[in-house]
Ligand binder design. Structure first.
Ligand SMILES: Cc1ncc(COP(=O)(O)O)c(C=O)c1O
Length: 353
């Protein structure tokens, strides 16, 4: 791997007391090219624009997949990734479904480790803060035909992320639009999944909702996920989450919460969850909490869920009594090396191989 370090770091311009997600990127990026069936030209170089031909398939056919992951610092400024190999597995699952070449393990791991080692000063230090890392793979050959590209580029960039204190969310159960369908690409992080959700999300925002709670595309009777989060419901003393299928992205945070909650003694069920079961719980008051989870938010709880024009407010439980807030803290403590990690999720930057 070639390493071209920047001659002028931009870190002096970074206001770590006022982090605005996605506005500033670390000094370097990692790039590796796939051409003629081979991966080559791996390089870490200064973050900057890249020139692509206007006929790259990524612009026309959306042949692109990505990941979202984080690096955290502990009190001694030791750097940790959280379950990075899960992101490696998932980007290749996405790549295969989009007929793209899987990224070799050594390219993903060495590129990520070296990049974050070089840019580790960009990782904010406080509890809940992190460096958000975005690996992505795009199609870039120079033929306009609607067929899979021959050439690809794998890139990793990163941006400092603040602790996520978004207000509790108002959610709308969606009955018209769909995010994905059986046999489709909902289980991948294909770029187009996000583009197609922007319009219905804007409509929901205009109606006063923060996010959509997606339901299955054929019947709109089964709960799927919300925005870029998987969802959990605390119903009749059980923590329920929909079973992943072709439609749902298998979240690493969701999987971690399931293991963590079970270890902490909660009864957890991952199964088909119908809209009627959730709406009944809202009506009877048996649904005490609902929340979304994902790399960005870790956990963000819902205050209202709307269905067919009826707005159901969840019980107004103080934060210190909320299961969602408790689980978030437990997970963040593992991520920041403040508690035991019986699962082996934390990976020290320098040991990542
Ligand atoms: C559609 C969707 N669902 C769920 C998630 C949560 O996944 P994870 O916990 O791996 O970030 C994400 C974020 O990656 C997402 O984009």
């Amino acid at each position: 791997m070639r390493i071209e370090k920047t001659l002028q770091s931009r870190i002096g311009d970074m206001d770590f007391d006022n982090i605005s997600f996605g506005n500033q990127y670390s000094d370097h990026m990692f790039c590796s090219e796939y051409k003629n069936g081979e991966w080559k030209n791996s390089v870490i170089k200064p973050f900057g624009n890249i020139v692509f031909s206007p006929i790259c398939p990524v612009f026309h056919y959306g042949q692109a997949v990505f990941e979202g992951m984080k690096a955290y610092k502990d009190k001694n400024e030791e750097v940790f990734f959280f379950r990075p190999k899960e992101n490696f597995k998932r980007i290749n699952k996405s790549a295969i479904r989009l007929e793209m070449p899987p990224i070799p393990k050594d390219i993903f791991i060495n590129g990520l480790r070296e990049l974050i080692e070089i840019d580790k000063n960009w990782i904010p230090k406080n509890y809940g803060q992190s460096l958000y890392i975005r690996p992505f793979l795009i199609a870039k050959d120079g033929v306009l035909s609607a067929r899979p590209s021959q050439d690809y580029m794998f890139i990793i960039i990163s941006t400092p992320a603040d602790a996520y204190y978004k207000r509790p969310l108002k959610i709308k159960i969606e009955e018209k639009y769909s995010r994905s369908a059986i046999g489709g690409v909902g289980f991948t992080k294909a770029a187009g999944n996000y583009a197609s959700s922007f319009y219905p999300t804007r409509l929901a925002n205009e109606e006063g909702f923060d996010q959509i709670l997606w339901t299955d595309s054929s019947t709109h009777t089964m709960i799927e996920e919300s925005g870029t989060m998987n969802v959990f419901f605390w119903l009749k003393n059980k923590l329920l989450t929909p079973k992943a299928n072709d439609n749902i992205l298998s979240g690493i945070t969701c999987d971690s919460i399931i293991s963590l909650a079970k270890k902490l003694g909660f009864h957890v069920e991952k199964r088909g969850l119908s809209v009627s079961e959730i709406v009944k719980g809202l009506k009877t008051g048996e649904l005490k909490e609902a929340f979304g989870c994902g790399t960005a938010a870790v956990i963000n709880y819902f205050k209202m869920i709307s269905y067919k024009g009826d707005n159901f407010f969840l019980p107004d439980i103080p934060e210190k009594k909320r299961i969602s807030v408790f689980l978030k803290k437990e997970l963040l403590n593992i991520q920041h090396n403040l508690s035991e990690d019986p699962f082996g999720w934390r990976v020290k930057l320098k040991n990542f191989s």
